[in-house]
Design a protein around this ligand. Structure first.
Ligand code: DOR
Ligand code: ZN
Length: 365
């Protein structure tokens, strides 16, 4: 049995408040624990979006009652909330700015609306950017001009990873994350995956919709070749129901919490990654970048040799599907211990609702 620290996923969509038919703080944190993830950072594009005191309270009070793993909640950057977001920074995971096509209402197209956030949000917390291609280049220029850290969410393109590499070499404060789906899937029609072979087939139509889009084989290879430029793995767990994904107007997004570690461990088995890569990019770096506390007496136990097929019916996420259905993976989470308590064991969630802690709240003990 392999013992690893509890993983941190810095990018997930809980869907509560507002869209709990897709997911809520209970089901999302069950999915996290089943995936070996003991801390999640939740994105603000809920209904309503999280952008001020009262909406932050809405999300945090739902989380307080229901979360089974530890968490923090992002604030969203809107057209006129730079002062209030800056004042709420200590209670939040950080600030998320949506600068490109996404799900929900939080999109800032006009660059003049970026400036107050770059000026005012405390510099010791990164601003997370949903910014693709040339928008990402603009975001990195803002980081250089305002001399503050930015974290680029879900990097998917060769041109992006190469520009981030160059920016880091210049000393610009930029970090980045990559999602498993951008490492293991290519543009529809899916090509055979280098690791999973024909496994990669069968994902099409609305089910393949995700932002950023799945990219070409060349892009995917560039991500693997620049693994040392990637600071974090993040799932961008974005649950939408199967009925929604198969509808006329499919929303973009994949669930990912329960497939993250098996996919990465299969890549380790294949010699493409090391266990140290997983620990650095799923524990050490997210903790450093987002100033997250250590979780004492927290670990996961993994059966490295267990081979099985990924099946939606075995998942805890409420959305009812996975883009990796039927993929053969190696490595199964057997047990999760969170702050001294067994939170998951042999397929059963044991942590209760409300056991999860808001990591931005100082505990008085
Ligand atoms: O695919 C995506 N889904 N990309 C986003 O930017 C948002 C996310 C969601 O919330 O569903
Ligand atoms: Zn996202």
């Amino acid at each position: 049995m392999l013992k690893l620290p509890g993983l941190i996923d810095p990018h997930i969509h809980v869907r509560e408040p507002g869209q709990t038919h897709k997911e809520d703080w209970d089901s999302a944190t069950q999915a996290a624990l089943a995936g070996g993830v003991t801390m999640i950072l939740a994105m603000p594009n809920t209904k309503p979006p999280i952008f001020d005191n009262s909406t932050l309270d809405l999300a945090l009070s739902a989380a307080k009652g229901k979360a089974r793993c530890d968490y923090a909640q992002f604030l969203g950057a809107g057209p006129d909330n730079a002062d209030i977001a800056a004042s709420l920074a200590p209670k939040a995971a950080g600030l998320k700015m949506y600068l490109d096509s996404t799900f929900g209402e939080l999109r800032l197209d006009d660059m003049t609306l970026w400036t107050p956030h770059f000026e005012k949000f405390p510099k010791d917390f990164p601003i997370v950017l949903h910014s693709e291609s040339r928008t990402m280049a603009a975001g990195i220029l803002f980081a250089a001009i305002y001399d503050r850290p930015v974290h680029i969410a879900h990097v998917s393109l060769k041109e992006e990873i190469l520009l981030i590499k160059a920016a880091k070499e210049k000393g610009i404060k930029v970090t980045c994350e990559v999602c498993p789906h951008h490492l293991f899937l290519t543009l529809p029609p899916p090509l055979p995956s280098p690791i999973f072979g024909e496994n990669g087939g069968g994902l099409g139509g609305g089910r393949a919709e995700v932002r950023p889009h799945l990219a070409t084989k060349e892009d995917v290879e560039a991500l693997w070749q620049n693994m040392d430029v990637i600071d974090c793995f993040a799932t961008d767990h974005a649950p939408h129901t199967l009925a929604e994904k198969d509808s006329e107007n499919p929303p973009p997004g994949f669930p990912g919490l329960e497939t993250l570690l098996p996919l990465l461990l299969t890549a380790v088995d294949d010699g493409r990654l090391t266990l140290d890569d997983i620990i650095q990019k799923s524990v050490i770096n997210p903790r450093k970048i987002f100033h997250l506390p250590e979780q004492p007496e927290t670990w996961i136990e993994v059966d490295e040799s267990a081979e099985y097929e990924i099946k939606a019916e075995n998942q805890f996420t409420r959305c009812g599907w996975t883009p990796f259905e039927g993929w053969k993976v190696k490595g199964k989470v057997r047990k999760v211990v969170l702050r001294g308590k067994t939170a998951f064991e042999d397929g059963k969630i044991l942590a209760e609702q409300g056991y999860g802690r808001d990591v931005r709240v100082q505990e008085m003990e």
